[in-house]
Design a binder for this molecule. Structure first.
Ligand code: MRU
Length: 369
């Protein structure tokens, strides 16, 4: 499974990625700071998160977004809220931590990294407390250490996905991406944009086409901004232009992220991803989904079971416009994600290696490796 990657590294004389240009969150001197992504690309501003309510709002409003970044932010959010506990009862502390985790988990339903990270934090706490007598201070430290471990592991996962992903690409390729699964959607580097950043450092000269990604414009506001900043050749297109650029022969590969992959390989990602995958099949272009193992949800059998977040219809016709772009009272349908059937996914890139069909067998193997 990892042969292509090893061979590629050898030939490329692989160097690790440098420092990320910008990160979606920082935890410094006990303060949790989030890059407010709703302000991009006009303004790069970090906001402090001090309570669970602020964390919930930041996730719901997409100030922090992208499956891995949401998971890491929520883990720190749970710590920050728990650190405010002023009592001395560790049982009460733990009860409140569980309540905070459930509350934060309710902010967005589709990206599994959110519940995955929060449950991991609570599991660490309860398992440790069942074997040693913890003080409240020790319990707080445990939560911080676990959040930092989740953060570190996410950086390493993105670096590894960059290398695996790059082994599938060739210099000079045209690459289409949808939404933003880049540096600011993760702790660093991104999932599907990690090989593009890496390729940029190694002189691959990729030509990236970024779907604008209606309605919240993550492709235009975030991917185009992030890649421009990194000096990557990027061309912004409207979502409905993807078929044309494929037909023109300008696209050699499609790369996208994932919010939750079911056990059979069906993958939920930003609304519009499924259309890109179907077009890619039509034009004979490989379609790669980047899925850290924290995003593989073996408890969900197929995409049918993935809960798709429905958002306010005003996002479609009002949020980013000076004036409403539809008649008052218009009916709307605004699902935030769709599910790409496994059959359209050429390969799944994880931090542990590249997974090919049959996904029902191979995803389980890699997750449990
Ligand atoms: O609604 P968003 O902006 O959080 O959606 C983000 C995506 O769909 C990403 O592609 C996905 O979370 C993967 S991020 C590495």
């Amino acid at each position: 499974m990892n042969k292509a990657f090893e061979q590629h590294n050898k030939e490329a004389g692989a160097q690790p990625l440098g420092r990320p240009l910008i990160t979606p969150l920082r935890f410094e001197d006990g303060r949790l700071m989030l890059l407010d992504q709703t302000l991009l690309p006009a303004e790069e501003k970090y906001i402090q998160i001090s309570t669970k309510e602020e964390m919930w709002e930041a996730i719901y409003k997409l100030r922090v977004r992208g499956a891995p970044a949401i998971g890491v932010a929520a883990a720190y959010g749970l710590y920050v809220e728990s650190a405010r506990y002023a009592g001395e009862s560790v049982e009460e502390f733990m009860q409140q931590a569980v309540e905070t985790a459930l509350y934060l988990e309710s902010s967005r339903p589709t990206a599994v990294n959110l519940s995955w990270a929060l449950r991991r934090m609570i599991k660490k706490l309860t398992e440790t407390a069942s074997s040693v007598r913890l003080s409240v201070q020790q319990a707080k430290e445990l939560l911080l250490e676990e959040a930092q471990a989740i953060h570190r592991e996410d950086v390493a996962a993105c670096e590894a996905m960059g290398e695996y992903g790059l082994s599938l690409l060739k210099p000079g390729m045209g690459i289409l991406t949808h939404c933003n699964a880049g540096t600011i959607a993760t702790s660093a580097y991104g999932t599907c944009l990690a090989p593009i950043h890496l390729g940029q450092q190694r002189g691959y000269g990729f030509h990236v086409f970024a779907d604008e990604t209606r309605p919240l414009l993550q492709g235009a506001r975030l991917t185009a901004w992030e890649l421009c900043k990194a000096g990557v050749d990027v061309t912004l297109i409207c979502d409905n232009m993807a078929a044309s650029v494929m037909k023109n022969g300008w696209i050699n590969a499609c790369v996208v992220g994932c919010d939750r992959m079911a056990a059979n390989g069906d993958g939920a990602n930003k609304i519009g991803t499924m259309g890109v995958a179907i077009l890619a099949r039509k034009f004979g272009i490989p379609f790669y989904m980047y899925v850290p193992t924290s995003t593989i949800d073996l408890a969900t059998a197929t995409g049918e079971e993935i809960r798709i977040e429905q958002r306010d219809g005003e996002e479609i016709y009002r949020l980013w416009y000076e004036k409403p772009m539809a008649p008052a009272g218009i009916k709307t349908y605004n699902p935030a994600f769709d599910v790409t059937p496994a059959e359209y996914i050429t390969a799944v890139i994880t931090e542990k290696g590249i997974v090919y069909p049959p996904y029902d067998i191979n995803l389980k193997k890699i997750k449990e490796e």
